[in-house]
Design a protein around this ligand. Sequence first.
Ligand code: ZN
Length: 519
Amino acid sequence: MMKKLNTNLIILFLLVAEFSFAQVKDTSIINGIVHEATYNSQLENLAHELMDKIGPRLVGSPKMQQAHDWAIAKYNSWGIDAHNEKWGEWRGWERGITHIDMLAPWIKSLEGTQLAWSPSTKGKTITGDVIILADMPDSLSFQKWLPSVKGKFVMVSMNQPTGRPDYNWEEFGTKPSIQKMKDTRDKQTANWSKRISNTGYNNKTLVRALENAGAAGIVQNYWSKGFGVDKIFGAYTKKIPTINIALEDYGLLYRLAEDGTVPKISVRADSKETGIVPTFNTIAEIKGTEKPNEYVLLSAHFDSWDGGTGATDNGTGTITIMEAIRILKKVYPHPKRTILVGNWGSEEQGLNGSRAFVEDHPEIVKNIQAVFNQDNGTGRIVNIAGQGFLNSSEYIGRWLSAVPDSFRSQIETNFPGYPGSGGSDFASFVAAGAPAFSLSSNSWAYGTYTWHTNRDTYDKIVFDDVRNNAIVTAILAYMASEDPETSSRVKIVLPVNQQTGEQDKWPPQKSPTRRGGLD
Ligand SMILES: [Zn+2]
């Protein structure tokens, strides 16, 4: 009996001792999180269902809606409450079948993609010659040239001098040939922007002038500087299709058009306009038991561009936070504070879903203990910065101390950091003064190969790293939820800007676009 009491006293003493300089953590919960993430991972399944079975999640598309409904069903199947919250409306558009073929001087199916929101070919296959945007000395001569685009596909991008990425040149090229290639490219790039500005239009107004002059379609190439990779964004045309043709095929057409051969292509694009549709955020919740009106928010945008399937932007952030809350529900079902998940809509058009949430829920935003946002690719979390919150090192340091060393040793911290004004949804909360942080991952060639490209697909996901991130996110959420202290929102004094001589200002809260895609 006595012996038992002693043991209890020692444990009590140890707990109190630890409490005095660090936050108490229940190692059985930490171990439970790691165990569940490691031996019962749902990540592959979630990724397969979201990226392969649903697909890309363009704002206003039926697939975006399908994804929101899928997320609700997933959360409910784990016993987690969730709802879709409407915040706005968008032009509805659904991608259809696209065929792009070269018919002359020889036959070849071309690798290309209709840009998002591009008009369709109205159930027909359109055939026409391909011409290059003319190089005119000024807008007057361009206006004279403009009628000659009638019935033609007009190429509006420069032809890249090389389809090899720079790293490949640097590995195999001689110094003089690398320099020559770069000089050629710089000169061509400068000449091409001169060619555009000489028309008297910008990129957006130019394609509208071309369509008003009767062009059959707009052909562009937005190379992403890697092998076989292009960035796919939205179209500016209102009547005629805009297509991106992959660098290899674009170069072929361009060289032919340039030597006077006049290539002919046919395009069929069967997209559909679906009217004005509502846009949503999916919000999931595990109610807090002691402080239900204080919040730990796991944040990741749910939408994507639609050239690929949005696997790393932001499928990986999405499945990270879904897996994290699934694990928490199992291992830590009665959190002290309320744990929320925000699967935001329309981040890609300007953080719209999260900005709307911040605007619509001041009562939540003022009681946020922490926001953890994940949105820069599939890699391991390697950096957490304090976003300009003066005391962030104290509480993030406390929470990170519970992360097992094999994960924590990967992470560099930067305190107090500087308030982020954009880039992803944490910025919507930072702007409102709420302690919000980016769980930044290492790159895996994100910017070149997957970010907004036609190659952002399931096969690029590095599941071991995403598993690592689900564990780190779940532990941070657990620790933030349990912390006896409320996180400080004290901001750093911002430095004086070298250029303006004025003191930098905290980024202002911005309103979302609540009705989009209509101009
Ligand atoms: Zn993103």
